[in-house]
Design a protein around this ligand. Structure first.
Ligand code: PLP
Length: 411
């Protein structure tokens, strides 16, 4: 009989089941150890010579059973529907940034990158400031502008990486993954995508032709705001071709066993959480869209979003949980909203079960120059909301009362 194939929902619920445990533990134990004992010289020698019969582990920076289990779960989440699912492998990192920088340094060294201009701030900064010092030049172009992308790839044959975020902050642009993958491959470049915002619940880029997927698992993949973590998911060939295990071992940004265990726990409810995040975000977006204090809502689930049709085609089961909106009252209205919400927490990040809100102009971007803010799409009245899984009416009522204070102040 063929091996049973389980849905990603089932895979996530069983994410932390150990394959074999001497004590029959139901959940994956935390192997909280830096080093592993060899039973004999021969076992140790075989391990380091990569021969069969050696120990399975030697030192946690090189591998740890709790982290291994999490990596299997990540690989299943992004790749279990693929024909060659067994060939999909994941690597866990100490942060999303460790996953991104280690991957780009390994793949693009001696070559070049073409990247989407709207990127998570630290990724953009790395590509603009540190990567050039390492000999990696990045060209920025709107990846959905296929003609412009074709031009950059044709004029710069050294480029071997096309890089973007499947859903990008703050305007929630969505990438045309299959078309960009075809173009990248026609120019012998790898398509590497950060899928943190969309998550494999809504979009699995490997199924649409991407070569590698990156995550800040700090966000939805863990879901409870209890850790900083990252992941790379790709084929075994990709990881070997670019020596990724060696780069991670030597650059050292590996995830620790306790974080891996927390992340395994978080994954058990991944699908339930994502379903609710997306349902709630859709309701909140629709509410804000008709609010008189709001000039514009950026959420791909809304029909007037620039990428609504594309998102409808590519995304499954909704459009994830983050949205942003522009307040008519600008900076002052943003500050007032921040100071008057009661349920929403003023905090950066996203993907926690509770709703987080932030006003970049007065908070994260308060000391950033105008030009950089403009490039990042940060206007005076822009608010970012990472919608949680609370009762949706409670989130809406909180925004309603806080926005009414704004209007009273402005009147
Ligand atoms: N990618 C995206 C899209 C992010 O939003 C973030 C963090 O906010 C990162 C990467 C970096 O992840 P980490 O903070 O886990 O290093």
């Amino acid at each position: 009989m063929d091996k049973l194939h389980f849905s990603s929902e089932t895979e996530a619920v069983h994410a932390d089941h150990p394959k074999a445990d001497p004590y029959g533990s139901h959940g994956m134990p935390i192997y909280q150890t830096s080093t592993f004992r060899f039973n004999s010289v021969e076992e140790g020698r075989k391990f380091f010579a990569h021969e069969e019969g050696g120990s399975s582990h030697s030192y946690t920076r090189l591998g740890n059973p709790t982290v291994d289990r999490l990596e299997e779960a990540f690989a299943r989440l992004e790749g279990s529907n693929l024909k060659h699912a067994d060939n999909v492998k994941a690597m866990a990192f100490s942060s999303g940034m460790a996953a991104i920088t280690t991957t780009l340094i390994a793949v693009a060294n001696g070559a070049g990158i073409v990247a989407q201009p709207t990127l998570y701030g630290c990724t953009g900064q790395f590509l603009q400031e540190e990567a050039p010092e390492l000999g990696i030049e990045t060209h920025f172009v709107d990846l959905n502008d296929l003609e412009a992308l074709h031009r950059v790839l044709s004029e710069n044959p050294e480029i071997n990486v096309v890089y973007g975020e499947t859903m990008a902050n703050p305007t929630m642009e969505v990438l045309n993954v299959p078309a960009i993958a075809d173009l990248a491959h026609a120019h012998d470049a790898m398509l590497i995508l950060d899928n943190t915002f969309a998550t494999p619940f809504h979009l699995r880029p490997l199924e649409h032709g991407a070569d590698a997927v990156l995550h800040s698992t700090t966000k939805y993949l863990n879901g409870h705001g209890t850790l900083i973590g990252g992941a790379l998911v790709s084929s075994q060939e990709f990881l070997e071709r670019y020596n990724l295990p060696t780069y991670r071992k030597n650059l050292g940004g590996v995830m620790g066993p306790f974080e891996a265990w927390l992340n395994l726990n978080g994954l058990k409810t991944f699908n339930l959480r994502m379903e609710r995040h997306a349902q709630n975000a859709m309701k909140v977006a629709a509410y804000l869209d008709q609010h008189e204090a709001v000039a514009k809502v950026f959420y791909p689930g809304l029909e007037d979003h620039t990428d609504h049709d594309l998102a409808q085609k590519l995304f499954e089961r909704g459009y994830s949980g983050v949205l942003s909106f522009e307040l008519k009252g600008g900076y002052e209205a943003g500050v007032s909203l921040m100071n008057n919400v009661e349920l929403c927490t003023l905090a950066v990040s996203l993907g926690t079960v509770d709703t987080l809100i932030q006003h970049p102009a007065s908070m994260t971007h308060a000391v950033i120059d105008e030009e950089t803010k403009q490039k990042a799409g940060i206007t005076e009245g822009l608010v970012r909301l990472a919608v949680g899984i609370e009762t949706p009416e409670d989130i809406i009522n909180d925004l309603k009362q806080a926005l009414s204070v704004d209007q009273a102040v402005l009147a």
